[in-house]
Write a protein that binds this ligand. Structure first.
Ligand SMILES: *Cc1c(COP(=O)(O)O)cnc(C)c1O
Length: 822
């Protein structure tokens, strides 16, 4: 289905001029997720925290041409090519557009709401039904006033079933979502006490949620919940309830038996007094049993046989959670779950901790904040929490917050309570952990990341200092060689060439770099977690990391048919379409990439699918830094250009072209095309004689000890260095395990102390190195510089017969990075 700007203007009743009636395929509300500007329609939403009108100009500069706005600001006058569609309420317009789109589809649409379990039920239904039907569903938990319309917009001609979740926090929100989703089948997962704030009572909340089902034919819910049963019977006139019960044998779906085992649960049912069946799920938590029964009801509704139900239920797998395990101080392990906290997620995290502790002798400790958003009395809630902790065998509890502290007497295990996170951080208890598996679980506003930060293992006093201003200087140095419209990718792969990717990424994001490139998906995920929202490219996506890609909006490089096909399959499985990818051409480097003779097969594959969309086509030069390879470089550029044009004309939309790396930018700016990829030059290392770069990284350490040693004595392991004079020998805490190459031992390498050179003497050890300080006035505690302004990485590379890239990327992660601006 193709929408032109004029179609959309009509649907949302917008006024304003249409200058270019182009097709629109993508809706954008968060300017940070821009991927294909040419086909994007941006809705400038106003929320309590932000105003989308602020981003219109920036998006225009990036190529977006169509905007839905509610206010004409004076600065918009300058956007001479923009379609500005003016409406009264931009959010309402977005919902209207999605509702209109929804009307084109006569397929079953399932709307899922309730307090807990919406995402799990949606994902499980997908796991259970995707063999039979092509399913479109909300990505992750897009269930809000904006998330729902964006989800519904994904409906396309191939869809046979749709699963959308809807969440509300205030009265009246559901009526709007009902128009957008218009579900034929409704599922009410449960009515918990979460998000009570916006509602007067649980009944009111339940009634509001039920508004999603105003026009539904069937509603799935648990009738044993009195409030739910009462609200449904009193408000909804339909008779097609597919309610289930563990007590009432006359319920449409009667659950006759639930038996929990060690790892799984057996469930027996009777449906409409006709079908008897049973199945097992590989879960034992009550919440998951409830989720599975909702799914069972839907499967029965779709007339899936008890045998198939049994087979598929057994294969259910859990929906990914974000729990991280990190090495902590004093032989502890830290499980970091500092993002959200409710009873369910606490139970899941405790299970994770229990599994992780199995077979180790670690004691189990929980650091827990007040639980938020609950309608229960504090006493009841914490009684339940205390029982849960007892059941899960927690050895020690540290409670933080006023509410949990007030209920301290409920918790029998070893414990301590603090009113605030700061108070705990200043206590002596924080230094007393020993061989513990510590689950750090807190509601967001308690900022428990400060606690997990403090508990994580830190390292010794060798540091890599990174000058962020020098990074900006070098970035601008290369930018000045390019046309203003040429985009820049900054390569922060390999942990920012050793300099640490996060701070760099943040700095480059501030300075309007267009893209960052990391090596593997996990590096990208780390950046997202740290708040980097700009587009990220992943150079070596692994087959196992596709979900990490999708979950973090990471754009993979695709270099082979195997990878391309697997990626298409994975995206289709997730209900994703138009996922941006970057196609790599092997124009002569002969590393990764499609060969020119593979273009037919490649374009056939690309045009036969909609899961992926080509954002860019690129190639990499083998000898851009050397004049002797100029002919070859030009041949590579020519081959690449042909391939890129083939691909662009086959897919039929604009694709970015790029081939230059650092040396290429400097030596072949006439071939900058749409974008360039800056690597080593950003880090201040000149690759082909460019002058004017600034040093970025300084590796330095402190002298631990200085001793006078007599001539004739030997230094270090293997006695490879004999003193020819009485000497002052210094010891510094850096060794080959930190990335100091052992070939620099015995007089090959040097360090700088107080402006003077000092030779490395004896063999470099794992963590320690000896230096000859006889000709210096150095004192213990003075700084020794391994490389930096005065002793360049290039010099070390030359001594070792390697390239600067290897030196800077070899600095171990245990070396602390410190960032500064001047
Ligand atoms: C690493 C890399 C670059 C950057 O190269 P530099 O020589 O550091 O500028 C560019 N493109 C690709 C594909 C790379 O892997």
């Amino acid at each position: 289905m193709t929408y032109f700007v004029s179609d959309i203007a009509r649907i949302i009743h917008a006024s304003g001029n249409i200058l270019n009636d182009a097709p629109v395929s993508l809706l954008l509300t968060d300017s940070r997720s821009l991927s294909f500007p040419e086909e994007t329609l941006f809705f400038a939403l106003k929320t309590k925290q932000n105003d989308g009108h602020k981003y219109v100009t920036e998006l225009y500069q990036k190529g977006v041409r169509t905007f839905v706005i509610s206010q004409r600001l004076p600065i918009f006058e300058g956007l001479t090519e923009a379609n500005l569609l003016v409406v009264k309420d931009t959010l309402a317009a977005l919902q209207q557009l999605a509702a209109s789109h929804r009307k084109h589809f006569q397929i079953p649409v399932i709307g899922i709401t309730g307090s807990n379990g919406k995402t799990i039920v949606k994902e499980w239904l997908y796991q259970l039904l995707n063999e039979d039907k092509r399913i479109v569903r909300s990505p992750r938990s897009y269930n809000s006033q904006t998330g729902v319309p964006l989800s519904v917009w994904r409906l396309d001609e191939q869809a046979e079933l749709a699963l959308f979740e809807a969440g509300i926090s205030q009265p009246e929100e559901m009526e709007r979502l009902e128009k957008v989703i218009a579900p034929e089948i409704g599922i009410l997962t449960n009515i918990g006490s979460a998000h009570q704030e916006g509602f007067q009572s649980i009944e009111q909340k339940c009634l509001e949620k039920l508004k999603l089902f105003t026009h539904s034919e069937t509603i799935v819910y648990e009738e044993d919940d009195q409030i739910v049963q009462h609200c449904i019977l009193n408000t909804i006139a339909g008779e097609n309830f597919l309610s289930w019960s563990k007590k009432n044998q006359d319920a449409p779906l009667y659950i006759s038996k639930i038996k929990k085992g060690e790892q799984s649960t057996f469930i027996q049912y009777n449906y409409l007094q006709i079908i008897d069946g049973d199945f097992e799920i590989p879960f034992t938590e009550d919440a998951n049993i409830e989720n599975a029964i909702h799914c069972l009801a839907v499967m029965l509704y779709f007339q899936i046989s008890p045998d198939k139900i049994r087979e598929r239920m057994m294969k259910l797998h859990s929906v990914a959670m974000r729990l991280e395990v990190k090495e902590g101080i004093q032989n502890c392990l830290i499980i970091d779950d500092t993002y959200n906290l409710d009873f369910n997620s606490l139970e899941l995290a405790l299970d994770f901790q229990m599994r992780r502790a199995k077979g180790s002798d670690l004691k189990r400790t929980l650091i827990l904040s007040d639980l938020q958003q609950t309608g229960k009395s504090s006493h009841l809630l914490y009684l339940e929490v205390a029982n849960l902790l007892k059941q899960k065998g927690i050895d020690k509890l540290i409670g933080i917050g006023k509410n949990i502290g007030d209920q301290a007497s409920l918790f029998p295990m070893g414990m301590a309570f603090y009113e605030t996170t700061e108070e705990f951080l200043q206590s002596t208890l924080i230094n007393s952990f020993d061989k513990e598996l510590i689950l750090v679980k807190g509601a967001r506003e308690f900022h428990f990341e400060k606690i997990s930060d403090r508990l994580q293992l830190k390292v010794h006093e060798t540091i890599l200092e990174v000058n962020l201003d020098a990074i900006v200087h070098n970035f601008n140095f290369y930018r000045s060689k390019l046309k203003p419209t040429t985009k820049m990718v900054c390569m922060v792969k390999a942990f920012g060439y050793g300099a640490g990717s996060y701070e760099l990424a943040k700095t480059l994001q501030e300075h309007h770099c267009d893209y960052l490139a990391v090596a593997v998906a996990d590096e990208g995920a780390e950046l997202r977690k740290a708040g980097i929202y700009m587009p990220l490219m992943v150079m070596n996506p692994e087959m196992s990391s596709f979900n990490v890609l999708f979950d973090n909006d990471l754009e993979p490089e695709v270099y082979s048919f195997k990878l391309l096909k697997a990626l298409i399959r994975a995206a289709e499985m997730q209900g994703i379409s138009n996922y941006p990818v970057h196609i790599k051409i092997d124009s002569g480097m002969h590393r990764l990439g499609f060969l020119p003779e593979e273009m037919d097969e490649l374009t056939d594959l690309l045009t036969a699918q909609t899961a992926l969309k080509v954002r860019s086509v690129f190639s990499h030069l083998a000898g851009s830094d050397s004049e002797s390879h100029n002919d070859y470089t030009l041949r590579q550029i020519e081959r690449f250009t042909q391939c890129a044009e083939r691909i662009e004309s086959a897919v039929g939309y604009k694709v970015l072209h790029h081939i230059l790396n650092t040396a290429g930018i400097f030596r072949f700016p006439e071939h900058q095309k749409d974008m360039v990829r800056l690597g080593i030059g950003l880090y201040g290392v000149s690759s082909c004689g460019e002058e004017g770069l600034r040093n970025v990284s300084t590796l330095k350490t402190t002298i631990l000890q200085i001793k006078d040693i007599k001539a004739g004595e030997t230094i270090g392991y293997g006695r490879k260095w004999t003193l020819t004079r009485d000497s002052r020998i210094g010891t510094i805490p850096i060794g080959y395990a930190d990335g100091l190459d052992r070939h620099l031992s015995n007089g090959v390498g040097e360090v700088v102390v107080n402006g003077k050179r000092a030779k490395i003497v004896g063999n470099i050890c794992m963590d320690i190195t000896m230096i000859d300080l006889t000709d210096t006035d150095a004192q213990e505690g003075d700084t020794a510089i391994i490389f930096g302004e005065e002793l360049t990485v290039q010099e070390i590379a030359d001594k070792l017969g390697t390239i600067p890239y290897e030196i800077i990327t070899s600095i171990a992660t245990r070396v602390k990075r410190i960032y500064y601006r001047e």
